[in-house]
Design a protein around this ligand. Structure first.
Ligand code: ADP
Length: 489
């Protein structure tokens, strides 16, 4: 029961039906066209014969003394034949309709009424028309005027049967349309086979696609090599699964990273609480353990907060509170906050801030932008290195640069550093803690302010982030435009 509706809805069925309908309509139109041509052609032949006999009749028939007679040589068989032919469908009457000559064939189509005779005799030229006898056999008749030796006018009509022409056309029509009864089902069958063959590769692709699941996204559907639309589709599909695989991989990596990041403080909290429970004896010892545990709880909360905030930001739930903000002053504050961590790492942190660079911006987000970039710069710069911050005005833009002499980022990693949860994995960075969310925030903040961010980096030499934020209200890139990261290695 289910097979039938499936079959009818299938592409193969619909292709076959469309092909069949089109082909049948075409065959019918062609048949009708040929039928019409045949009719015109055969009727044309009869008309030509009619003209011939009309001319011959004028030569062979004379009316003298009100009596018609044939001027043929009775001994000449050819003449006798011609006259015989002329007399087949013939009518001669005087102007009142009194019959002088007629033939049984003409009688079968009906002798013209006196009114009809008068009408035709009043015409300048003879008239050609078609009439049928009682059995439906059509005759083509040419009727006009024939004068006698005294100039008196008579009504003269001569005709030929169209039976042969009609029969030819009928036979053609019957044979042609009967043959269609055989051709159309055969065509349908052929269409079904051809549609099946055309659709076969699509079915193969569908089967191959069905084998792809979340756990084997690296499976690619082989290209057929024909370079056609289907190959194009397979290519797009393969690229899609590659992108999906990347996303799956990112999510997998993220889950690992998050659990790792959460596990470290959780283990520490557990350890501290266990130690306190089993070994602490004085209130001070309990207090110390709880303070340490609280610090780790704070770290846990900050990770969770960061995740929540980023997902809110990226899903458009964070509304910017823009005011005219002196971003140089913000930069100075953040640089001050990072002096101690920088000193601890023996990294020199310097800044050159142009005064009065004010732009419409959200203070909290700009602070986060500086602090994420500075935290990275300090984190990824070994002892003895420097980090330099610059804020300046460049036409209608505020320009921010944060440059370090740190480990650098390899060219192949550069395009991904703004991706959520992306972290460069190498011996230099593996021991440095992070969730891979900092730069995702930075990218979102720049984009939300209508700005641009570029990064240039050389492995082992350092990294430079350059940000331009529009200084005019409503200037810069539209907020929903994707940020373009131009990277130079
Ligand atoms: P993380 O929490 O790992 O620092 P980010 O999103 O802030 O995450 O940065 C993504 C990755 O980009 C980092 O893991 C690091 O490898 C690289 N990166 C970011 N800033 C710097 C920098 N100043 N120098 C070298 N590498 C950097």
């Amino acid at each position: 029961m289910r097979l039938f509706p499936n079959l009818v809805r299938g592409l193969r069925f619909r292709l076959t039906v469309s092909y069949l309908l089109l082909f049948s309509a075409l065959l019918i139109v062609i048949g009708l066209y040929f039928r019409h041509s045949l009719q015109v052609q055969t009727e044309g032949d009869v008309r030509a014969v009619l003209e011939e006999v009309w001319g011959e009749a004028k030569g062979y028939l004379r009316i003298e003394n009100y009596r018609p007679h044939w001027i043929a040589d009775q001994t000449d068989p050819e003449d006798a034949h011609i006259v015989e032919r002329l007399r087949y469908v013939i009518l001669l009457t005087d102007s009142s309709g009194n019959v002088l000559i007629d033939s049984p064939a003409y009688e079968s189509i009906g002798i013209d009424s006196p009114e009809e005779i008068r009408r035709i005799m009043a015409l300048k030229e003879p008239e050609v028309h078609v009439r049928s006898d009682a059995a439906g056999t059509p005759y083509i008749i040419k009727a006009g005027v024939m004068p006698d030796d005294r100039g008196q006018k008579y009504f003269f009509a001569i005709g030929r049967s169209l039976a042969d022409s009609v029969r030819t056309v009928k036979t053609f029509t019957r044979d042609y349309f009967l043959s269609l009864l055989a051709i159309i089902p055969l065509t349908g069958l052929l269409g079904w086979v051809l549609a099946g063959r055309a659709i076969q590769p699509v079915n193969e692709v569908a089967q191959a696609a069905q084998k792809i699941t979340g756990s084997n996204l690296s499976l690619q559907i082989p290209l057929r090599g024909s370079g056609d639309e289907l190959d194009h589709l397979i290519g797009s599909f393969n690229r899609m699964t590659t992108r999906l695989e990347d996303s799956f991989e990112q999510i997998r990596r993220f889950s690992t990273d998050v659990s790792h990041e959460l596990r470290t403080p959780l283990t520490a909290i557990r350890g501290q609480l266990e130690v306190a429970l089993f070994t602490a004896q004085t209130p001070e010892q309990y207090r110390d353990a709880m303070v340490n545990a609280l610090e780790d709880v704070e770290q846990l909360s900050s990770i969770v907060r960061a995740l929540l905030l980023l997902s809110q930001a990226e899903s458009g739930q964070v509304v910017l509170q823009k005011t005219m903000l002196d971003i140089g002053a913000v930069a100075e504050d953040v640089v001050d906050q990072f002096q101690i961590p920088a000193e601890e790492k023996k990294v020199r942190l310097t800044a050159r801030i142009e005064p009065g660079v004010a732009i419409p911006a959200d203070r909290i987000q700009i602070e986060r932008l500086f602090s994420n970039l500075l935290s990275n710069a300090v984190k990824y710069t070994p002892a003895g290195g420097t980090v330099h911050v610059r804020v300046s005005r460049e036409e209608d833009w505020a320009r921010i640069e944060i440059e370090d002499t740190g480990v650098g980022i390899a060219a192949e990693n550069l395009p991904h550093i703004f991706d959520r949860f992306y972290r460069v994995r190498n011996p230099e960075t593996n021991l440095i803690q992070g969730l891979g969310l900092g730069l995702s925030f930075v990218a979102w903040i720049v984009k939300a302010h209508g700005g641009q961010i570029d990064v240039a980096s050389t492995v082992g030499a350092g990294t430079r982030f350059m940000i331009r934020l529009p200084a005019e209200v409503g200037a810069g890139l539209p907020v929903n435009e994707r940020h373009e990261v131009q990277s130079t290695g």
